[in-house]
Design a protein around this ligand. Structure first.
Ligand SMILES: Nc1ncnc2c1ncn2[C@@H]1O[C@H](COP(=O)(O)OP(=O)(O)O)[C@@H](O)[C@H]1O
Ligand SMILES: [Mg+2]
Length: 290
């Protein structure tokens, strides 16, 4: 099936001017990035490397000095396109005195919902991000992770075709991170395109189809996970029942099929997985993004 372009960024440059002397900061210097419909793409890179600026230009919230950025072939400022996009900004700030439910209902109305569908949509989305129990509390009482979940809820309340998430996992506990990952997987199955910026590299590697590595306003590398230079010849196997005493027979078994055992160690994901399993078992539930 031929896929169409969801995000197309061509040679975008941006310099910020600040203060009475107009001090200049070059934020982007020729950024190009493509994402097809139904894919999950990630921007990774150090702080200040230009990820958020690129997202804001794509969404039409900021003007580029030169270059073009399009969503589904149109400008991000086009109202028709905006209806199809959800955005979670970096470090979202919401009015503290309203409840989570009131805020999401407000977001649903802004996105065109009316009548009974407002409460229905808000209720369903709050359930989905695990905020149902806290939905009637004022937002000022929410933890950082809960505010982040609320941000996700407002970004998704209108079932957007493209979801842009700027550091959705920042400040979220491992249960919440697992929830976000599952949520993204479910949305991808339904055909939603997702563009996210994240420092959670192991999750980015397992979740995303396409990754761009930013540094100082440029993209150093951009491609599919399978195209990463190292991943072509170095793989990791996730095995059960291994013990240090089995190294020799395991190495021999691998060698018999032409595979060299390069290193053995506990998977970095093990602690994370055990943590999530233990907490979910204790709570008798599985995640918040089903
Ligand atoms: N509003 C702004 N005014 C001036 N400089 C900014 C502004 N926003 C970002 N910058 C600068 O632009 C560069 C890229 O920032 P940003 O896009 O936020 O990076 P990232 O999201 O990768 O952390 C940084 O040098 C940052 O200091
Ligand atoms: Mg940023």
């Amino acid at each position: 099936m031929e896929r169409t372009s969801a995000v197309s960024i061509q040679n975008v440059r941006k310099t910020y001017r600040r203060g009475w002397r107009g001090r200049r900061t070059r934020a982007l210097d020729g950024v190009c990035f493509e994402l097809q419909e139904g894919e999950i793409g990630a921007f990774i890179g150090p702080n200040g490397s230009g990820k958020s600026t690129t997202m804001r230009i794509l969404l039409g919230l900021l003007e580029a000095d030169s270059g073009t950025a399009a969503i589904f072939g149109c400008s991000g400022t086009d109202p028709q396109v905006r209806r199809r996009v959800g955005f979670l900004p970096e470090a979202p700030v919401f009015y503290g005195f309203v409840s989570g439910r009131e805020f999401v209902e407000y977001a649903a109305r802004l996105c065109g919902a009316s009548g009974g569908s407002v409460a229905r949509r808000a209720g369903a989305i709050l359930e989905r991000v695990g905020l149902a129990d806290a939905s009637d509390r004022p937002i000022r009482d929410y933890s950082k992770g809960m505010v982040q979940r609320l941000g996700l809820a407002q970004a998704m309340v209108h079932n957007p075709d493209l979801l842009v998430l700027d550091e959705p996992m920042a400040g979220v506990d491992p249960i919440g991170v697992t929830g976000i990952v599952r949520l993204c997987e479910t949305l991808r199955e339904r055909g939603t395109t997702i563009l996210l910026a994240s420092h959670a590299l192991s999750w980015v590697a397992s979740l995303c189809d396409r990754v761009a590595i930013f540094d100082r306003g440029q993209i150093l590398w951009n491609g599919c996970m399978d195209d990463l230079p190292e991943s072509g010849d170095r793989w990791s196997l996730d095995v059960d029942g291994y013990a240090p005493g089995k190294r020799v027979p395991v190495a021999a078994a691998l060698e018999s099929c032409g595979v060299r055992l390069a290193s053995v160690g506990r998977s970095g994901a093990v602690l994370e997985r055990r943590f999530v399993e233990r907490i979910e078992t204790a709570r008798g539930e599985r995640g918040w993004a089903e």
